[in-house]
Design a protein around this ligand. Structure first.
Ligand code: B12
Ligand code: SF4
Length: 474
């Protein structure tokens, strides 16, 4: 039995929520670590977890808790890669335990990440079985060269990549995420999103066949692999019984890609009489009225759509693979069945002009979703937008070495500014997007008309406060 510690690096409230939106963000368990932990536990290793975000502790405190383990795994996203490396350094200050880094950032640029001498191994891609094999063979260095999905320095200090690990064929073989190891009492959903706590999350599929140029798909690849309907509904029931879930967030990027599977999931939720509201995200060209009627019956309250732009030209250039008309139809149909619509837009895409951004803002107001979010593009390594931004010549290709990105949209300094505009113009446009969407007479009326309880008043108050704070600082 090997003693393993898994760490979600700590992020301060300012880093996590950016500009005063502390009250409005969700803190939910990192499912990647939870799956890695579950597979280790199934193989009878001992696993502990520190969630530096939920526990709100310092690097130093984490360092003190890293003594006495045989292996330490750290998750890294580009947004907080700097903090993941600082965590690795803190671990090494306290003991000489092997440090293993995994997640979207190391998967995108493993050879950069392994340059950090505090990182001994990088797990590339789906991490459960690569990490398990590594842990099983930590004492037997000869076997390490056979572990697919691993990047490391050999005895001579030469960086070796053992080759990619084939993706899991049947994801139903995975155990449920090991949530019992996490500080479950500390998680909460955004109060703007839902007043029902606890809200817990579930990932019912992996992989996406579409090719949006800003999206990193190196972990789960292009092949859509889904849990069976039965497994999904069993897991929802488990979250309700074991952890008292009152709301479920389905984290799949395109939940409705396999229409029949969604119908089956909904039928099973209805048959079992599960009284649990849920929300999901999908693409506008993967829904239809009848399907959403069924979803509504089964408890679906809200659908998030990645729309990104209102400029037909930009929609094509980022390879979204749908038309503006499909957006209009999907939003209208979702509204007609009585499901809340959340629209996600991006500003400052590579090659975008001020006019494109104005079209996006106009489009957002025209389609009238219940919520709109406008995010400034961060060109992530491993994506086409990153390559395009590099070609323009002024983009800092190692931005993650210097900053921890604020999570949500109110960024103070854009990572990337499209050619032909200044950072201040981009930020002004960003603020304008929020102001003109949320302070339009239609939205104000709709928000006021939606008030049903004191909780609704509180949610609206938090939302407005967040936006005003953002404006004061910009
Ligand atoms: C849910 C989600 C969120 C939630 C996160 C909540 C949470 N507590 O985790 C919220 C909404 C907060 C969020 C925010 C953001 N997100 Co996000 N998010 C996702 C999403 C849809 C699912 C994450 C998930 O749970 N996946 C399921 C698990 C099983 O997968 P996983 O975490 O990748 O873990 C596997 C491997 O990576 C690996 N692994 C992971 N950790 C470790 C650790 C070790 C030690 C090992 C060995 C292996 C390992 O093994 C795991 C099992 O196979 C992913 C897309 C996706 N399909 O994964 C994007 C994704 C992770 N997000 C992304 C981005 C860009 C963001 C934001 C920057 C967006 C923004 N503009 O604000 C912010 C950054 C937030 C921050 N400060 O960290 C990118 C990350 C790209 C990158 N290079 O880092 C992704 C990959 C989307 C994409 N395709 O581009 N996100
Ligand atoms: S943004 Fe969504 S639809 Fe586009 S490639 Fe990524 S996961 Fe697929």
């Amino acid at each position: 039995m090997v003693k393993v510690l898994l760490i979600n690096p700590p992020l301060s409230k300012n880093e996590l929520y950016a500009r005063g939106s502390e009250e409005s963000a969700s803190i939910l368990p990192p499912l990647g670590l939870a799956y890695v932990a579950a597979v280790l536990e199934k193989a009878e290793h001992s696993v502990e977890v520190i969630d530096g975000i939920a526990e709100d502790i310092s690097l130093e405190e984490i360092g003190k808790r890293t003594i006495g383990f045989d292996a330490i795994g750290i998750i890294s996203l580009t947004a907080f890669a700097l903090r993941s490396h600082q965590t690795a350094a803190e671990v090494k200050k306290n003991s000489d335990v092997p440090v293993i880094m995994g997640g979207p950032h190391p998967t995108a640029i493993p050879f950069e990440v392994i340059k950090d001498s505090n990182v001994d191994y990088v797990v590339v891609g789906e991490g459960e079985y690569t990490f398990l094999e590594l842990v099983d063979n930590l004492m037997d260095k000869h076997k390490i060269k056979d572990i697919l999905g691993l990047v490391y320095r050999d005895e001579k200090g030469v960086v070796v990549f053992n080759g990619s690990r084939p993706l899991l064929q049947n994801i139903d073989e995975l155990p449920y995420p090991a949530l019992h190891l996490f500080p479950m009492e500390k998680y909460k959903n955004s109060e703007i999103r839902s007043a029902r706590q606890p809200a817990l999350s579930i990932m019912t599929s992996r992989g996406c066949a579409f090719g949006c140029t800003f999206c990193n798909k190196k972990i789960f690849g292009k092949r859509f692999r889904a849990h069976s309907a039965k497994r999904v509904v069993d897991e929802i029931e488990w979250l309700m019984k074991e952890f008292g879930a009152k709301q479920i967030a389905i984290w799949d990027e395109t939940f409705t890609l396999d229409r029949q599977r969604v119908v089956d999931i909904c039928d099973m939720i209805i048959e079992r009489g599960l009284d649990i509201p849920w929300d999901c995200a999908t693409r506008v060209n993967c829904v239809d009225y009848e399907l959403m009627k069924k979803m509504k019956q089964a408890g679906c309250e809200s659908i998030s759509y990645g729309i990104e732009s209102g400029s037909e030209r930009v929609i094509k250039s980022i390879n979204k693979g749908f038309t503006k008309q499909q957006v209009v139809d999907a939003i209208n149909d979702t509204r007609r069945v009585g499901i809340e619509t959340r629209a996600y837009f991006m500003l400052g895409l590579v090659g975008e002009t001020m006019d494109d951004m104005k079209q996006t803002i106009r489009f957002a107001k025209m389609i009238k979703p219940d919520y709109a979010s406008f995010t400034l593009l961060v060109p992530h390594p491993g994506t086409e937008e990153y390559e395009k931004a590099l070609k323009e010549g002024e983009f800092d290709d190692h931005f993650w070495d210097k900053i921890v990105l604020p999570e949500y949209n109110f960024l103070e300094k854009p990572v990337y500014v499209p050619k032909g505009m200044t950072a201040s113009q981009l930020l002004k446009m960003h603020m304008k997007a929020y102001k003109s969407f949320y302070f339009s007479p239609y939205t104000i009326f709709k928000i006021l008309a939606s008030i049903r309880s004191m909780n609704d008043v509180k949610r609206i108050f938090i939302g407005v406060k967040t936006m005003l704070k953002a404006e004061v600082k910009s």
